[in-house]
Design a protein around this ligand. Structure first.
Ligand SMILES: *[C@@H]1O[C@H](CO)[C@@H](O)[C@H](O)[C@H]1NC(C)=O
Ligand SMILES: *[C@@H]1O[C@H](CO)[C@@H](O)[C@H](O)[C@H]1NC(C)=O
Ligand SMILES: *[C@@H]1O[C@H](CO)[C@@H](O)[C@H](O)[C@H]1NC(C)=O
Length: 793
């Protein structure tokens, strides 16, 4: 609605009055918050008593609902129950890397908050390998989310983030949303983000336990999605909606499930979303083993489980798993799903009960989980502004602190991929003219990635660079990111006249996004020709900046001497332009490292639908991710340069022989390999047999020395891998077991401690999906240094 339209004022006023009357009339039946202490009709109800346990309050609440009221609550847009003073609630809001307007819960145009801090898209924050930073980001977003709620601009406090699926295939349109391809990194990201977002401290304790009886009061509710083995959106006509992922027990155990386990067990996320796809023939939302046995049982999940949007109807309409709609409803409620994003459960639960496919008690089970989360959010404690998080106001959104954090994340995430002859950093004073070329140079929107929100600030790269070098010329180079048409001659003539040239190329959401996977790994359209022509014509080697979530095969640029530097900037968020300029002009020393493998372009010969992580040499299947992929790489996982140099050494490991046999004197047989399949002759022991206590006792420490041997201060993560002394069929090439970010001045040294639990860090999944520890040597690896550890069973 346009407020400045003169001719429309009368009409607008009438509309406004009508709207106001409507709002007033619904307000009398729709309470703004539950358990209003000034309302004598509801304030004495047991479910409003904050001194009672949440499960008692929920029990009371559910017992008061009619069957129709109960059914109405099983969908994301849950209506009010005015007779009990319960307001409407919207379960669907998004906050992947900033509070977002995607979803139905949050609105940025009906109040004082019109934007939020938009952090880098997750894949770039991941490349900082800095769990404290991830925690701070989660904390800031959770706080802004609460401010939006307090301001009356949110109809719910449940946000469907983080996305903790493994970035299995480089073509995946949503790989950008994830922390990359490594299960340890993704798990640690999940834990840090969720703790920050929900209001726990970094170590995982809730600061707000039992304040005025508010047990586990959540700042905002996070959701681990998409459970599980979801990493294909829409590829070659194959859609996530109907995809049946064939996944081995081994890959589930050591790749697909660990991030979810961490998100739930250590992060204590209060939500899970089950994914559209099936796994081995069973739709995720209908999988009792997954939702109830594994998540709630083994992992002790307390929270609600939502379907992805319309993922119940698709079980009937697309997957044909349910013959009639009522079967789909029965399948998901029996499996342990609680709320349906969509309307299927509203439409078909009554008939499912009438047909005796669903028991009312099964609906009650779901409602318990749903109302418990709303209560944990403090939404049944009376006036929200009088509560623990009630004083978080609009002034807490887009604060300098949050915007500085967004800048820090972008700066520490950006990865320097090539810097031959030390082309970078450019000197601000000695660069008299610059040419900035490319379709992503003057597009602030492209810097944000998907699931963004309206940002605090909108800054394109070109504008920021013009602030450094006044004489900066610009040519877009391509009609759009798809570059179906390139203005090569114009770009070349602009480049020829400049001291230095910066090309800002890559992808955007027209190339990779939700429901849209790529079909190739090269730069779109004529981008490559443009880059080569400009590089050839330029006075000096050029700087190539890649804006993209998924990796690109830029081998041509790696090998081209006229392309001096390559920078990967992901989708760096609202402060991305500033971060990039600070790196280009040497105000910041880059330290980010790639959180995913960059494959050569012929990797597209591998069907995206093949979920196997492990290679299969007999059929030429190369395997996936740095852990199993055996082919050539454009850039490796963990790769990233700096303006300085670092050296590493192992200082000590105590002990370097782990005698599990001695620790386990009470356990008889240590050789289980006779009971395993024929592929192994290496003795091993299952982690569950070793037991938690012995696992704890067998922990050991490794100290690594790091020295900044160059001439510039820098911050970078130290990545610790492990590899097997003897590898066998199905073992990883190497596996990340720890990472720690360290800041060092030129010439400074530090000693970093890594603590390992063999059961966690030195185990692998066997073919049955059992975590086992094999006997023999492992090598701890940091860059070019190795250190042996001997495991004796
Ligand atoms: C290329 O992008 C432009 C701008 O988004 C669009 O109008 C055009 O249809 C695209 N061309 C192709 C072939 O996709
Ligand atoms: C364990 O069993 C395997 C196969 O049965 C055998 O080759 C190996 O020598 C045994 N190892 C020990 C330590 O007993
Ligand atoms: C290796 O393991 C795979 C299963 O992961 C199996 O299909 C294959 O037959 C095994 N190969 C050998 C040589 O044992």
């Amino acid at each position: 609605m346009k407020l400045h339209f003169h001719g429309g004022i009368t009409l607008f006023t009438i509309t406004f009055i009508t709207l106001t009357l409507l709002l007033l009339s619904t307000e009398s039946t729709q309470p703004p918050f539950a358990c209003d202490t000034t309302n004598p009709q509801t304030n004495s109800l047991p479910f409003c008593q904050t001194t009672l346990q949440i499960h008692q309050r929920v029990e009371d609440l559910v017992s008061r609902l009619t069957l129709d009221e109960k059914i109405s609550q099983l969908v994301n847009s849950a209506p009010a129950i005015p007779r009990l003073g319960i307001p409407a609630y919207e379960w669907w809001s998004e906050a992947l890397h900033g509070v977002s307007g995607y979803g139905l819960g949050v609105s940025f145009n009906n109040g004082r908050i019109s934007g939020a801090t938009i952090f880098p898209q997750v894949i770039l924050s991941a490349s900082t390998f800095d769990a404290r930073l991830w925690y701070s980001i989660g904390q800031a977003i959770g706080k802004e989310a609460r401010a939006v709620y307090n301001e009356g601009q949110a109809k719910g406090m449940t946000f469907w983030a983080p996305n903790v699926n493994i970035f299995r295939d480089p073509r995946w349109g949503r790989g950008q949303e994830t922390p990359g391809e490594d299960p340890l990194v993704v798990g640690k990201y999940a834990v840090a983000f969720v703790r920050g977002f929900q209001g726990d401290n970094f170590e995982g304790n809730n600061n707000n336990n039992n304040i005025n009886g508010h047990h586990h009061l959540l700042q905002a509710s996070a959701c681990c999605k998409h459970f599980t083995a979801y990493d294909l959106d829409n590829w070659n006509g194959i859609s996530r909606l109907g995809f049946n992922a064939q996944v081995t027990q081994q890959d589930l155990a050591d790749t697909y499930q660990p991030p979810f386990k961490s998100c739930v067990q250590q992060g204590k996320a209060s939500g899970i979303m089950c994914a559209y796809n099936s796994v081995n023939g069973v739709p995720n939302c209908a999988d009792y083993n997954l939702l109830t046995k594994t998540a709630r049982g083994e992992w002790d999940f307390h929270g609600y489980i939502t379907s992805d949007c319309d993922a119940v109807s698709t079980m009937h309409d697309i997957l044909k798993y349910a013959n009639v709609p009522e079967d789909a409803v029965a399948d998901v409620l029996k499996a342990g799903m609680d709320v349906n994003c969509g309307s299927y459960l509203k439409t078909y639960t009554k008939s499912a009960i009438d047909q005796k496919k669903v028991l009312e008690s099964e609906v009650d089970r779901a409602l318990h989980n749903l109302f418990a989360v709303r209560m944990r959010l403090g939404l049944f404690n009376g006036d929200p502004n009088k509560q623990l998080y009630g004083n978080i106001g609009p002034d807490q959104v887009c604060t300098n602190e949050h915007q500085e954090l967004a800048l820090e994340a972008a700066r520490n995430g950006i990865v320097l991929l090539k810097n031959s002859a030390k082309l970078l950093p450019l000197s601000k004073s000695q660069t008299s003219s610059l040419a900035v070329i490319g379709p992503n140079a003057a597009n602030a929107y492209a810097l944000r990635g998907n699931y963004d929100g309206p940002p605090c600030k909108n800054l394109e790269i070109l504008k920021v660079i013009q602030g450094y070098v006044k004489n900066t010329m610009y040519n877009q180079g391509c009609n759009a990111v798809n570059c179906t048409f390139a203005t090569i001659e114009d770009a070349v003539s602009v480049a020829k006249n400049a001291d230095n040239v910066i090309l800002v190329m890559g992808l955007d959401q027209s190339q990779e996004t939700e429901d849209h996977d790529r079909v190739d790994l090269t730069l779109p359209g004529q981008q490559e020709s443009l880059v080569k022509a400009v590089a050839l014509a330029s006075k000096k080697p050029v700087v190539l900046v890649l804006i993209c979530g998924g990796p690109l095969d830029v081998s041509f640029a790696k090998d081209d001497q006229k392309i001096g530097s390559i920078i990967w900037a992901g989708y760096p968020g609202e402060a991305g332009g500033i971060a990039l300029a600070q790196i280009i002009f040497g105000e910041h020393n880059p330290g980010g490292k790639l959180p995913m493998t960059w494959y050569p372009k012929d990797f597209i010969n591998v069907p995206m639908t093949d979920m196997r992580m492990r290679s299969d040499p007999s059929s030429g299947y190369p395997g996936r991710t740095y852990r199993f992929y055996k082919g050539t790489k454009v850039f490796e996982f963990g790769y990233g340069l700096s303006y300085t140099t670092y050296s590493y050494n192992f200082i000590a490991t105590t002990p370097n022989t782990i005698h599990l046999n001695r620790l386990m004197s009470s356990i008889q047989s240590t050789n289980e390999s006779s009971s395993s399949s024929s592929s192994s002759s290496i003795p091993y022991m299952s982690v569950s047999k070793i037991g938690k206590e012995i696992c704890e006792k067998s922990k050991f420490s490794t100290f690594v020395g790091v020295e900044n041997t160059g001439s510039m201060a820098g911050k970078h993560p130290v990545l610790m891998f492990v590899r097997h002394g003897k590898s066998r069929n199905g073992s990883y090439e190497k596996q990340l077991v720890g990472f720690e970010s360290v800041s060092l001045n030129a010439g400074e040294r530090a000693k970093i401690e890594f603590v390992f639990n063999p059961c966690e860090h030195l185990s692998t999944a066997n073919e049955e999906g059992l975590m086992v520890i094999e006997e023999g040597y492992r090598y701890l690896v940091v860059e070019d240094k190795e250190y042996p550890i001997n495991i004796v069973l």
